[in-house]
Design a protein around this ligand. Structure first.
Ligand code: SF4
Length: 280
């Protein structure tokens, strides 16, 4: 049994919140460069240049890459041989978010009740997904999620007979409907299978997968490539002002499902697609 102190968790989460909001991850920078090379529309090229300038200013001046610094979504892989000392793990994760958003001067975007809508003023609580795994480490991924793109996300409860063509149509419908509202170029996370809530979880998790990592299942890899091509033919373009670079990437995650269903979720993220991972 290995001991991890709450103070260490708080410190790391605090730093990760600031890092995720100030700097684009290396995989996102790579797809950004590729999009710049591929875009042919003059307006699309101009928008990409402006987005790049914004990223540079944020990095130089240590300010957020977007004013919507998001709701903090955390994916935590907790090794079953870890003992968390000094308090509860959930409290430590929320305290890290609280400190990170305060010290980083990141916008506090969380309301404590969805109807009464009073701001909690510290961006907590975070949305935390736990996964118990083998080992004696804790892997934490932080993905601050802006709601311009979150609001354009969808769940489709397809029938098995809809098949893969139905899945493609669902993804294209969600992206088409999102249009400029998701601050393109987007990253499109897709969850296929499981249940209603499981496919939504998978689609969110898909956004945090390194864009250089390709799926092991061949039909999933082919689906990602085909969807990216089809999305980029929609003509939405950077900033929604036209062009060929509507999406940087499509990441698909799958899970077994029931004989009577084919759940599909599409979680759209914008051109900042923030995610940072550390292992403690
Ligand atoms: S969708 Fe993304 S880029 Fe657009 S406002 Fe929200 S966080 Fe910022």
């Amino acid at each position: 049994m290995r001991t991890v102190l709450c103070t260490e968790i708080i410190k790391n989460v605090r730093e990760m919140c600031i890092e995720a909001n100030h700097f684009l991850s290396s995989d996102m920078r790579e797809v950004f460069e590729t999009a710049k090379e591929k875009e042919r529309s003059p307006l699309g090229t101009q928008i990409l240049a402006q987005l790049e300038e914004n990223l540079q200013i944020a990095a130089d001046d240590k300010i957020p890459i977007c004013q919507d610094t998001g709701m903090a979504v955390l994916f935590v892989k907790l090794g079953q041989d870890v003992h968390v000392d000094g308090g509860s793990l959930t409290d430590a994760l929320n305290e890290g978010v609280r400190q990170g958003y305060k010290e980083g001067f990141l916008r506090k975007s969380v309301v404590g009740d969805p109807i009464l809508r009073v701001n909690t003023k510290d961006n907590t609580p975070a949305v935390i997904h736990y996964d118990i795994v083998d080992g004696d480490q804790i892997e934490i991924t932080i993905a601050p999620k802006g709601f311009g793109s979150e609001n354009m996300s969808r769940v489709f409860m397809l029938k098995p007979a809809d098949g893969i063509e139905g899945v493609k149509e669902a993804v294209l419908t969600a992206v088409r409907d999102a249009g400029p509202n998701a601050c393109p170029p987007m990253v499109v996370g897709v969850g296929i299978g499981g249940t209603f809530e499981k496919c939504a979880y998978l689609s969110k998790k898909a956004l945090t997968r390194n864009l250089n990592e390709k799926p092991q299942i061949s039909w999933v890899k082919e689906l990602e490539e085909e969807l990216l091509e089809k999305i980029n033919k929609l003509g939405i373009g950077p900033g929604g002002l036209g062009g060929s670079q509507t999406a940087f990437a499509v990441n698909v995650e799958t899970y077994p499902t029931h004989i009577a269903g084919l759940p599909v979720a599409v979680n759209i993220c914008c051109h900042v697609n923030r995610h940072v991972t550390r292992v403690l």
